[in-house]
Write a protein that binds this ligand. Sequence first.
Ligand code: ATR
Length: 278
Amino acid sequence: MKIDSDTSLFCLIGNPVSKSLSPLIHNISFEWNKINSTYLTFNVEDLEKSIDGIKALGIKGFNVTIPYKEKIMIYLDEIDKLAKDIGAVNTVKNIDGKLVGYNTDGLGFIKSLEERNINLNNKNVLILGAGGASRAIAMTLANEGIHKLHITNRTIKRAKNLVSDINNTYENLDVKFIEKNNIVDCYDIVINTTSIGMFPNIIDMPIDPSIFDDDTIIYDIIYKPRPTKFLKESKKQNKITIDGLDMLIHQALLSENIWLSENLDYFLMKNNIKKRIM
Ligand code: ATR
């Protein structure tokens, strides 16, 4: 894509940002969709000054990553309900100086299931972990007609806080904390949102998948490595497995939809991005 005086800039702010795949994904998408935009990363030390800079330069939209997904919220003029419920923002649109925050992480997860024709209605779901990614997925799932949501986590208080936040937002859903060593229920989907098994500690697993039925869908949101040991072991047991790359691509493309107010063709673009990432 040729950069000229009409090129719009989008970016990622965080610290560190050097390992992010977002520039690759967005720049491939801009090129593929013939959108005259480019995407850069900024390693940010001073969040407030960076936001002033974004406004001053008229940057049309940006993503937010660790450690600013929560901290950014006080600087925004408006926050979408789902992002508010999650308590974190990963996407900001700059509408003539008015900053509006969204969170596309959970919706990216849902899209990755939709494209596999996995219906969430009445499903029983177990989430491993209660950090930022878990919050985004759990809050989004809670609005998708699931039957039961159990959450397990090393730090019990964190999981209990998440359960109580979901209960306050979705009163009729069966949500509870469960001890990892006390899992007896059957689940349709088990989702690993912990960093256990992520590069470089690739020999670890968050839980032994053999405790789950063979028809349980095992989803690991980690995309490095792909697959994780957790998914490899699950596959040996003939379980359906899903890794984190589709969610990553979908959340990025959902951000673009927000920035550009366009319905980009996810499927074609996603396959194009996937080919170039691998
Ligand atoms: P993210 O934004 O990717 O979700 P995070 O908010 O730091 O990152 O959350 C990481 C998750 O992985 C948490 O659920 C964390 O458990 P704690 O809340 O107990 O910290 C979990 N996690 C990371 N390393 C872990 C380990 N070695 N054993 C168990 N859980 C771990």
